[in-house]
Design a protein around this ligand. Sequence first.
Ligand code: ADP
Ligand code: MG
Length: 393
Amino acid sequence: MSLVRTPAEIDVDAVVARFRELYDAEPDGVWAAPGRVNLIGEHTDYNGGFVLPIALAQHTVAAVRQRADDTVRVASATVDGGVPVTVELPGVTEGGEYGWAAYPVGVGWAAAQRELPVTGLDIALDSNVPVGAGLSSSAALSCVTARAWSDLLGWDLDDETVADLGRDAENKIAGAPTGLMDQLASVCGRAAHAMQIDTRAVTIEQIPFDLPACGLSLLVIDSHTEHTHTTGEYAERRHSCQEAALRLGVRELRDVPLESLATTLDKLPPLLRRRARHVVTDSARVEQVAQLLTSGDDPRRIGPLLSESHASMRDDFEITAPSVDALQEAALAAGAHGARMTGGGFGGCVIALVDKQQAEPVAQACVAAAADGGFATPTVFEAVASGGAARLR
Ligand code: ADP
Ligand code: MG
């Protein structure tokens, strides 16, 4: 049996049938929004630097109908036994408790804050984005809602603003501190492209990333491990970056030039030096990877940069974990061109760039390495750069 899994397809007809059954009505339409994986550029977003995500083929599909009142009813096939949650929009406030419904209803709250016209919605949804694996199931959920609401009510927003509604829902109503990358990737994804996002200017450049055309695969290896102190560690890294920028006399670490970096960083105590070095070099690696891919060079050449990024996260930023280090090393030893942890850290997923025929041996090597190390058995799938949030029907 193949260890590289093919994600189960979402049956759109079944989502529509479920909508009819729950609400005794026809949906006005069906929308989808994907999860994402970040190729390179970790913890660079809150330093004004670059990131390079792709939108995944795994997505959240929602059948939606506009209501005449202010009520939102939302049912998720895989949660609460598929029973709808009901929320009255006028009562939604920051700090309220809405469970997972915070993501969809938070979008309505965010739209109302912008004085857009808002009505209630009936929603039935299903998803094949792994939840809580760092692949942004949350952005798939908030962005599918934002796209649907915007289309149904004719908000006429640019993609960045649609993404921003999703981010506000996550930050302010779900209480999850994320940058804009997840939502931008979910809204703006394009098949066979990665997105180089300048997180300061909030601009997106679509970068060619057609791996299958080059006989390559990008594996996502989910370690199924997560550190319990992630929030505290994240806060510490943010603080260290701010402190380093302050001491170096720059607005953000983005403003530290790569040239003569060692001399510049000499002004910092050892811990801040390592933290800053990761941010500056990883943001630069995003630009180098984007340049290689844009120049039409063999994408295999980005491999060493991916692996350097992992070393930087492991040694300088100290956000990897024994389980992900073991997977990264196993992937390289089994012939990957490059591999790195992706996401906030302390667990989560590793990505590996492999020749198509090496996908299975690399997956096997990762499963064996996890068993040797006494870690959870990883699951593996191939990431395919796919389109962003869109109406399906
Ligand atoms: P990630 O975005 O990496 O998957 P998060 O913790 O940011 O992890 O988001 C996961 C949360 O998003 C879930 O706990 C749940 O509240 C919500 N969520 C995501 N997808 C769904 C879904 N299909 N149905 C219901 N809730 C979902
Ligand atoms: Mg998330």
